[in-house]
Write a protein that binds this ligand. Structure first.
Ligand code: SF4
Length: 367
């Protein structure tokens, strides 16, 4: 059968201090937000702003841009100013770019403690500049670039090593009275990653940015991220998420949004409840579900639309759906809230569902 019950609320959210990444509150009782990262050369301002606009349109709430060179740092002021969503500058190696990003008005700066050489002497200066500008710092520890000292101590990037690296770097900022911090401890193995975030969550009150790094191509990366984020978010851990895929960043945002919707952490948009099909099916359910999805994509109103392969169980199985179809004998029974309202020829199923969806949306006062 088709699950028809909405999930119960998840565990109590971990208590974290709230920071502001530009206009987006992160941590505390703020909704979990979706981040992504541009793949353009940051110095190519037009291409980068174009991609940020696409990410924004697909629901991305915070965007990160890489700053590997002076040209990229020089592009930050205009990108930070013109982006519709807060921009985080991602800095490796060079403290001078941290200052450039703060001066540029970036909403936050991400630093990687394992990667910034001689960073320690500069922490005080960075803390003062960031505090003066009100710019939070993300301490982003990555298994692939863990501090040599900790690699030697632990032998490899264990959860303990990742957490120690992050908290050590935080302590350097704390010595200068700076606590406007968000942390990530990414690893490509969801099991290590989950354990690292659990330990980190227990040891500090900073908001946490979740990520499975190098998660892989879309299919594998989606599953790894969904499983890891799902486990943590269901425990109340995690304040921002970034799905890393070897795929266009808009895909990352769609997956991230879907993960939050699945856990009831973000209001659902369109949800297609389609049956897996079985020997009773009298229609190609896969194609029909895809056509319905394509026809209704972009509707703002949260709708649950059921697509059922036969009339035997269809309406009954999808009683909780707002709208649906059960097919059989070359026809489709269209139902609203479990009641059959009309029967149409198979060729008219998709258009009838779209009509009914628009009518329901109008009733609910949404476009
Ligand atoms: Fe259920 Fe009918 Fe779909 Fe089979 S074809 S899975 S019985 S709705």
């Amino acid at each position: 059968g088709i699950p028809t019950v909405r999930p119960k609320p998840l565990a109590v959210r971990r208590h974290s201090r709230q920071i502001m990444v530009g206009s987006v509150p992160v941590g505390g009782d703020a909704p979990v937000s979706v981040q992504s990262m541009t793949t353009t050369v940051t110095a190519d301002v037009n291409a980068t702003l174009q991609q940020i606009a696409e990410l924004t349109a697909s629901g991305c709430q915070i965007v990160r841009v890489a700053v590997p060179s002076q040209d990229d740092a020089d592009a930050l002021p205009i990108i930070a100013k013109k982006s519709q969503i807060p921009v985080i500058a991602d800095i490796h190696f060079q403290p001078k770019y941290v200052f450039a990003a703060i001066d540029a008005g970036c909403a936050a700066v991400r630093v990687n403690p394992g990667n910034i050489k001689k960073f320690d002497d500069k922490v005080g200066e960075i803390a003062r500049a960031a505090a003066a500008a009100g710019t939070p710092i993300r301490i982003g520890v990555n298994a692939g670039s863990l501090d040599k000292r900790l690699l030697e101590k632990y032998g490899k990037a264990t959860p303990e090593a990742l957490v120690e690296s992050a908290l050590w770097e935080c302590s350097l900022f704390e010595e200068h009275g700076f606590r406007d911090i968000k942390i990530s401890v990414k690893h490509n193995d969801p099991v290590v990653m989950i354990n690292a975030y659990r330990q980190l969550a227990a040891q500090c009150d900073y908001p946490l940015h979740l990520g499975v790094t190098e998660a892989g191509p879309a299919f594998q990366g989606t599953i790894k991220s969904a499983v890891a984020f799902g486990a943590l978010l269901a425990e109340g851990i995690g304040d921002t998420i970034r799905v890393s895929l070897s795929a266009p960043p808009v895909e990352e945002v769609k997956v991230g949004a879907q993960i939050l919707e699945s856990l009831g952490l973000r209001e659902r948009g369109l949800e297609i409840v389609s049956c897996p099909s079985c020997g009773r099916a009298q229609v190609d359910v896969y194609t029909l579900a895809e056509q319905v999805q394509a026809g209704l994509e972009g509707m703002k109103v949260p709708l649950r639309v059921a697509v059922m392969g036969c009339v035997v169980n269809g309406p009954g199985e999808a009683r909780e759906a707002d709208l649906g179809v059960a097919s059989g004998n070359g026809k489709g029974q269209i139902f609203v809230k479990g009641e059959v309202i009309k029967t149409v020829p198979e060729s008219q199923i998709v258009e009838t569902l779209i009509e009914e969806a628009l009518r329901l949306a109008e009733e609910m006062g949404v476009e």
